[in-house]
Design a protein around this ligand. Structure first.
Ligand code: SIN
Length: 541
């Protein structure tokens, strides 16, 4: 069993630091929530790297919200529910589509400069959206622009203290209430931080996979920490593989935005044939899970490790203007986006599952909140609609801040307690361990899954469990423990769910089965895995 704490330490003896609101993570969810909370409270913002290191920074396509007169929350709702393949919580989707536009105005007020055309906000389309509703910045650098604007505000805010290079190891709880967090400082010493509310905004689990569009920091720390503390974590089997990440010798799996297909780019197999219309009526603009599986199928049929994305119907001027970052990155590898077909393949991109929350971002542990990819608010169901993640972060960030404004301090102090005593172990190569885990996940828990592969994957992952008996002291060691926890949850969920839906595809159960599987899979450390019929989900108010 995964232990309650990662380390063995008497918390009551450690130096203690008091904050009103603790925010862990500095993507859009962390920065936005910290800035809004700081209007009325002292905020401590903790990140394991720097203010500019987050997954948000790499977001290209944009942020989805109903801005155009031709659009309506009703259409945005329909598209989100359709992509979510039956597992969205309609109440959470209503929150997203109704409150999304206000979130966009908030971002603009905080200094984000979205692209405009003729003075109006420019809107593009992406897969499975029925209307143009994706705002973008500097062409394809939307995430970077949002992080630039928000991190400048957060760094300058008199009510926000930023701790960079600090690692949040574990949550401190008492009787199902969160008191704060245990933190390791850059010099290796540890402190406890206590506050009236703790908000996890620490992102997803992209590093579970060998090929991912996510940066190295996406190691599922918040999900694993909340699971150890007893919070409910759900739907971890639903992993979104982005259909088009660059495949080129020596290049990272760099995202080739879905917005290319929104602007008319087509997919071709290595023989140059278009194939998407053989898989779905929406062709290149079908939901991501369908496009990713179609690509894998074409790769298998043609015995290739990639297909091509082709936007050569556009002018060089348009491509350079609309996709400057992608254009430049491809050029570094000798590929000209305006004239060449670009080799691409699916790569892990987004975790639909996460820490279960209600409609104000509160988890099953009181005073513990989750926002952004780390959370499972019910918005994404089994498959996230493109560009809904940035909107979700601001909409639910706002709601969390409303909820915590009324919270009194918990007034508790830490009781003397510690984790399980651990013995010193010979130092292990944690980077190699991470690579091994990533290979297991790619091989057995990837785009296509089978019971045989999942059982094998689970066995191989379980062989790593003894690391929890080791005395862990370094960031990469904690990260590996967190990844292993998330890998076990994802693989167990995938093995249990004997159907195919959204981001979970079982070759041995290829159909969606609403009669048996119209439910969430929820894990808690104490009670293991539970199936929850859709009407009982956390968050369905
Ligand atoms: C993309 O630009 O294709 C990614 C957008 C997203 O994941 O929402």
């Amino acid at each position: 069993m995964i232990p309650r704490y990662l380390i063995d330490e008497d918390w009551a003896r450690l130096p203690s630091y008091q904050a009103e609101v603790i925010v862990v993570g500095v993507g859009i969810a962390g920065l936005f929530t910290a800035i809004r909370a700081a209007e009325t409270a002292k905020v401590l913002l903790i990140t394991k790297k720097s203010l500019m290191d987050s997954n948000t920074r790499y977001a290209q396509g944009g942020i989805a919200a109903v801005i155009s007169k031709e659009d309506s929350p009703v259409y945005h709702r329909e598209d989100t529910l359709h992509a979510g393949a039956g597992l969205c919580d309609p109440a959470a989707v209503d929150v997203l589509v109704e409150e999304g536009p206000q979130g966009v105005w908030d971002l603009i007020e905080l200094g984000t400069q979205f692209d405009r055309e003729n003075g109006e906000l420019a809107l593009t389309k992406e897969g499975a959206h029925s209307r143009r509703r994706i705002l973008h910045a500097n062409g394809d650098a939307t995430g970077y622009e949002i992080v630039r604007a928000l991190s400048e505000k957060a760094a300058a805010h008199p009510n926000i203290e930023v701790w960079e290079e600090h690692f949040a190891i574990d949550l401190l709880t008492d009787e199902d209430e969160c008191l704060g967090v245990l933190v390791q400082k850059p010099d290796g010493s540890r402190v406890t931080v206590l506050g009236k509310a703790t908000i996890l905004c620490s992102g997803g689990t992209g590093q579970l996979y060998r090929y991912t569009t996510n940066p190295a920091v996406a190691t599922g720390d918040g999900i694993a920490m909340a699971y150890r503390a007893g919070a409910a974590v759900r739907d971890m089997e639903f992993v979104q593989f982005h259909p088009t990440a660059l495949v080129y010798p020596g290049a990272p799996r760099f995202l080739i935005s879905e917005a290319l297909r929104g602007e008319g780019a087509v997919l071709r197999n290595i023989h140059g044939e278009r194939f998407m219309d053989r898989y779905d009526l929406q062709a290149e603009l079908a939901p991501r899970d369908i496009v990713a599986r179609a690509i894998v199928s074409e790769m298998e049929k043609t015995r290739s490790t990639y297909v091509y994305i082709d936007i050569t119907h556009e002018t060089e001027e348009m491509v350079k203007h609309r996709f400057p970052t992608i254009y430049q990155t491809c050029l570094e590898y000798g590929l000209d986006l305006a004239t060449d077909w670009i080799p691409v393949a699916p790569a892990a991109h987004y975790m639909m599952g996460g820490i279960a929350t209600d409609l104000h971002g509160e988890t099953t542990i009181r005073r513990l909140f989750a926002c952004g990819e780390v959370s499972s608010t019910g918005v994404h169901g089994a498959n996230r609609l493109a560009s809904n993640s940035l909107s979700e972060a601001i909409v639910f960030g706002r709601r969390i801040v409303e909820r915590i404004r009324g919270l009194e301090p918990h007034g508790r102090s830490l009781y003397p307690a510690s984790g399980t005593p651990r013995s010193e172990h010979p130092r292990q190569a944690f980077i190699e361990k991470r690579l091994k885990l990533q290979k297991i996940m790619l091989r057995h828990v990837g785009v296509n899954r089978t019971a045989e592969g999942l059982v094998k994957g689970l066995e191989e992952l379980k062989r790593q469990l003894p690391i929890f008996d080791c005395c862990l002291t370094k960031r990469e060691e904690y990260e590996f423990a967190n990844l292993l926890t998330c890998a076990l949850l994802t693989t167990s969920g995938a093995l249990s769910r004997e159907e195919s839906r959204g981001g979970h595809y079982r070759e041995d159960f290829p159909e969606r089965d609403d009669r048996t599987w119209f439910k969430h899979l929820t894990f808690t450390r104490e009670n293991g895995l539970r199936e929850e019929a859709i009407l009982d989900v956390v968050g369905a108010e």
